[in-house]
Design a protein around this ligand. Structure first.
Ligand code: DC
Length: 225
């Protein structure tokens, strides 16, 4: 079994890179942000105050998040309904960033992640995969990019349903930096670069080039067990 753990901030290009690596190696790509986003979506749809930790944690009793893979493409089910296409609005991003530090939310999602990694060869991407979820993974990577590059990518991203244009650049960049700050400074499972991760900055490289870099390392078995 191959287990590849990969972390990095939002918009650094993790998903595209992981798609390529997973396809080349014939393994599953687990995008863990989508699992947190499903909970964020539930909180939004049910008018729960995301800043109320107790309300969100109580709601977990009514939430069932599940995954399946449609021709290798991850689909997220929220209480049995496929919500994959609703997860990438800025509103969901914001709510998710607020609720994702809550301990019970993390415990719930971490359980799903470890179960999948125990059964299948995976490349798993997120914020705490190298540090908390799969600290013993053989291959660990941290994918980074500047907030300018990430804001531009967000604007050009087809998945985003917010009709963004270059006029929104400053606002989007500020939102990205605020989300980074929250993800990196939270007490529980902050986004960190673990010492044994390979650090890759994607500002000037294509997803294909980054994927090749990862594939070289994995195929060469360069990392230590
Ligand atoms: O990677 P993304 O932008 O889809 O992640 C959405 C949110 O979920 C983001 O605020 C960080 C959070 N998240 C997390 O806390 N832990 C993970 N393993 C993945 C995402």
């Amino acid at each position: 079994m191959i287990t590849i753990a990969l972390d990095g901030p939002s918009g650094a290009g993790k998903s595209t890179v992981c798609d390529i690596v997973a396809e080349r190696l014939g393994i599953s790509h687990l995008n863990t942000g989508a699992l947190y986003r499903a909970i964020g979506l539930y909180v939004m749809q049910n008018n729960i105050d995301p800043r109320s930790k107790d309300s969100v944690e109580n709601a977990l009793n009514r939430i069932d998040v599940d995954l399946n893979f449609d021709k290798g493409v991850q689909r997220v089910l929220l209480n049995g309904t496929d919500v994959t296409d609703e997860l990438y609005s800025m509103a969901v991003s914001d709510v998710t960033s607020t609720i994702s530090p809550y301990p019970m939310v993390r415990t719930y999602i971490t359980g799903i992640q470890r179960k999948i990694a125990g059964k299948y060869s995976v490349i798993m991407e997120g914020r705490d995969i190298t540090s908390e979820v799969l600290p013993n993974a053989k291959y660990k990577f941290y994918i980074d990019a500047s907030s300018d590059v990430r804001a531009l990518r967000r604007i050009n991203d087809n998945k985003n349903k917010d009709n963004l244009s270059l006029d929104d650049f400053d606002r989007i960049k500020a939102e990205i930096e605020e989300r980074d700050r929250r993800d990196k400074t939270r007490d529980i499972s902050p986004l960190v670069i673990v010492p044994d991760a390979v650090y890759i900055n994607t500002d000037k490289t294509t997803a294909e080039e980054v994927a090749e870099q990862i594939l070289d390392i994995v195929r060469g078995g360069e990392c230590e067990e």
